[in-house]
Design a protein around this ligand. Structure first.
Ligand SMILES: [Zn+2]
Length: 296
């Protein structure tokens, strides 16, 4: 993570806004590119372009080229990743580490180097790659089973890595990680320089509750929790096809039922989903681990 002055942010953000404006790429992608373009991060990667998104992939690569940010697309059977950096040397290093991590010659040191290069805080990288990562890929690793069983956890909104306005990309080392909160503040300042309304909008979105499922899935609710329940008109889930485990298929079934409901009620160790007064689903912790994150 680099130290950048606020004045530099304004200049970089204004330049980025002019350059990126003609490109029809979702704002979420543009914001991550802005993080690298501004110098806050040395490198970044987009992991989940579907093959059907060829126009977005093309727009993304064209925008990176226009900004003089070296980039590389990596094609898989069902998705495309895009890696990019501030200079060719960093891109080569990122690409080499990426291939080792997702290949068979991975060492724990590769993981840490990869995390540092992506700009993640040291404490979080060491926790994630240090063999101490007991939580899922989306959860808070230092949360013990006891607290998870309660099913609900209140967390600083700046640690929300599930928001559609992406601020934090990495798994924070815990629900009180100061480094991630400071990092989030810096990103939010950059977003404010890019668009004066964006910071406020991002804060509102970051405060929406999120339900974690198993190790690979999360749902974003688009409403607030009132007492023990959330009334929602839509939920947003990560694409289960990105993962290939049996558990993911079971979770996909649950997600579909949640999508059919309009309210979820949370109790100790379980939650129920309703459509109006009709009970659609009761899920207990013993059947399927979950955790409700309330961002404050
Ligand atoms: Zn940390």
């Amino acid at each position: 993570m680099s130290r950048i002055k606020r004045g530099d942010f304004l200049e970089k953000a204004a330049l980025f806004r002019r350059q990126a404006e003609p490109f029809s790429l979702a704002e979420g992608y543009k914001l991550i590119i802005l993080q690298v373009f501004s110098g806050l991060k040395r490198t970044a990667s987009f992991d989940g372009f579907n093959l059907t998104e060829s126009s977005s992939i093309r727009q993304c690569l064209l925008l990176l080229k226009r900004l003089n940010l070296p980039a590389k697309a990596v094609k898989y059977s069902d998705h495309v990743k895009v890696l990019f950096a501030r200079c060719w040397e960093d891109l080569r290093l990122l690409s080499r580490l990426h291939d080792r991590i997702f290949g068979e010659r991975r060492t724990p040191k590769d993981g840490s180097e990869y995390g540092f290069l992506l700009g993640y805080p040291r404490c979080c990288v060491e926790r994630f790659y240090g063999g101490n990562h007991r939580g899922g890929r989306f959860g808070f690793p230092c949360e013990g089973r006891k607290r998870a069983q309660d099913g609900s956890l209140e967390v600083d909104y700046r640690l929300n890595r599930f928001s559609p306005i992406c601020v934090v990309h990495h798994v924070p080392c815990g629900p009180d990680c100061r480094a991630t909160i400071e990092w989030s503040d810096r990103i939010l300042s950059l977003y404010k320089a890019y668009d004066p309304f964006l910071r406020r909008q991002a804060e509102a979105v970051l405060k929406k509750p999120v339900l974690l499922f198993g190790i690979n899935h999360f749902l974003r609710f688009f409403d607030d929790i009132k007492k023990d329940r959330i009334f929602y008109d839509s939920v947003d889930a990560v694409n289960p096809k990105l993962f290939n485990e049996d558990e993911d298929l079971r979770v996909a079934g649950l997600l579909e039922q949640l999508g059919n409901g309009d309210q979820a009620r949370f109790e100790k160790g379980s939650f129920s989903v309703f459509s109006g007064k009709k009970l659609l689903l009761k899920n207990t912790f013993s059947r399927q681990p979950y955790q409700l994150l309330r961002f404050v």
